[in-house]
Unconditional design. Structure first.
Length: 356
């Protein structure tokens, strides 16, 4: 099997720690390893390192090379951000040329997954499911009415070769009312962005659903291993329209699509609030989480992440998120941490890109 790790995101919701020069997948959010390293570690028992293709933006090549130092992992770079369909297509071009039509697992680089052995067994089951064609995705069993995730609607069950369901639809992020209905009705799963397929199966679906993207990928394939590859790569990406694999392929595909329920803890680590919630075991008796140098008095449910030389003092506050870096300080209500990207957008509008 082969693995494509998508590590090209920008992580604007984790400003000011996450920056354009060092987005969230390269940060240590849960210990002493970056999210990209954690992704590599959890898939390592299933695949040879040389069969892992990590795709990053060319601006982050040096960061990725440092993390991958000493590993036999392939590093592919994108000259422009074009979302997940072209990212997967780039990996497939290399896999088909170098490895042929073989099973492929696609993983985001910036998610949290617990109970790794259950995750690994789920991946094995997905690979068995698509051996004769089709596409499998891992759907996370929802634990709450979540409006920040897309959903997968499960249809008719299958039991051979593994227990799974045909996918009825991929559903966009719902309202709270709709998400609550999904939870009560059952049969809906969070879309974790994890896909499993044979390489040629997905390339054929890109050809059918995204013919212009397919044309550019084939142009690029003709230049693999040649001196003009970098030029061809940039030319191809300039011609490709950004589109996600969900919108571009999965909602249009004529291939069989299956969902396997993922019974392991999962988060897309989409905001500072999600980090705060996932690190509940580290909080004090008042629900506060302190990472760095800070003094808290009469505070409740407050998250302080200090990465500057300053000492932070908090008195009588609740439900705050305080992220301190050497050149920027964020203070927001925890429930508003999804809106942090507004700071980044404002800085860009004001010409202060050095702070983004």
């Amino acid at each position: 099997m082969n693995v494509i790790i998508m590590a090209g995101g920008v992580g604007t919701r984790f400003w000011p720690l996450s920056r354009a020069r060092q987005p969230k997948q390269f940060l240590q959010m849960f210990g002493n390893r970056s999210l990209l390293e954690e992704t590599l570690m959890r898939i390592a028992p299933l695949v040879e390192e040389r069969d892992v293709f990590t795709v990053v933006h060319e601006a982050h090549r040096a960061l990725a090379e440092e993390i991958l130092r000493g590993r036999d992992v392939r590093l592919l770079t994108e000259p422009l951000a074009r979302s997940t369909a072209p990212c997967i297509g780039l990996g497939l071009v290399h896999i088909l040329e170098e490895r042929g039509d073989s099973p492929v697992v696609v993983l985001p680089a910036d998610h949290y997954i617990g109970e790794v052995e259950i995750f690994q067994e789920t991946i094995r089951r997905a690979i068995a499911l698509v051996d004769d064609g089709g596409v499998a995705t891992i759907g996370i069993v929802p634990t709450r009415p979540e409006t920040g995730y897309g959903y997968i609607q499960a249809g008719k069950p299958i039991s051979v070769p593994v227990k799974a369901f045909h996918v009825t639809a991929f559903v966009e992020k719902p309202s709270l009312e709709v998400a609550t209905r999904y939870l009560s009705e059952g049969g809906y799963y969070w879309n974790a962005g994890i896909f499993v397929f044979r390489a040629q199966t997905m390339m054929e679906e890109i050809k059918r659903c995204l013919p212009d993207t397919y044309e550019q990928l084939q142009y690029l394939r003709q230049h693999l291993g040649k001196s003009g590859y970098d030029t061809a790569l940039r030319k191809a990406y300039q011609a490709i329209t950004p589109i996600s694999i969900d919108y571009g392929v999965m909602e249009k595909t004529s291939a069989n699509v299956y969902v396997i329920p993922g019974q392991f803890p999962w988060s897309d680590v989409g905001s500072w609030q999600s980090v705060f919630e996932m690190r509940h075991g580290e909080r004090d008796d008042e629900g506060n989480l302190v990472d760095g140098d800070a003094l808290l008095f009469d505070c409740k449910n407050t998250f302080v992440h200090a990465r500057s030389a300053r000492l932070i003092g908090c008195i009588g506050v609740e439900d705050l998120c305080i992220i301190d870096t050497p050149d920027a300080l964020l203070v927001c209500h925890l429930e508003c941490s999804q809106d942090v990207r507004r700071c980044v957008e404002c800085l860009q509008e004001k010409g202060l890109e050095h702070l983004t």
